[in-house]
Design a protein. Structure first.
Length: 137
């Protein structure tokens, strides 16, 4: 059975007898913001996930793994392996951030193209002729 990260955070919090307000205070968040994390309404950054894991005294990997058995095994790994896994997660997040940046650039490109097209249509509707530059043939 797959449990969401948000649900795992909630279960870990309840096991430790902490309220959402306690967690919010420990994480320097509003109670509403923390509640949004537990409801899965907020996408977690790696740094926020690590911060939550530290407050709950678990490995971030525990919160990311799909099942309870593998989560328990990860908690017993030496710090070196956990650090390696954290580095792998950090690199994955960086890779995704690069992909997001590329998509933003592409969106900006298409927005400029769209704006140019609208400007041409407005000029054309006003009766202003625009000449296109010839590209040789």
């Amino acid at each position: 059975m797959k449990i969401s990260i948000a649900e795992k955070i909630r279960l870990q919090r309840l096991q430790r007898g902490l309220s959402q307000e306690n967690m919010a205070d420990l994480l320097n968040l509003s109670t509403t913001a923390y509640g949004d994390i537990e409801r899965g309404k907020t996408d977690l950054t790696l740094s926020r996930l690590t911060q939550i894991a530290q407050v709950l005294d678990v490995s971030p990997i525990t919160l990311l793994t799909d099942d309870v058995i593998s989560a328990q095994v990860v908690d017993e790994k030496p710090d070196v392996l956990v650090n390696h896994e954290l580095e792998t997660l950090r690199l994955t997040v960086e890779k995704q951030q690069v992909e997001v940046d590329k998509l933003r650039l592409e969106a900006d490109y298409w927005k400029r193209k769209y704006d140019e097209r609208i400007a041409m249509e407005v000029l054309r509707s006003m009766g202003v002729e625009q000449t296109r530059e010839r590209i040789g043939f």
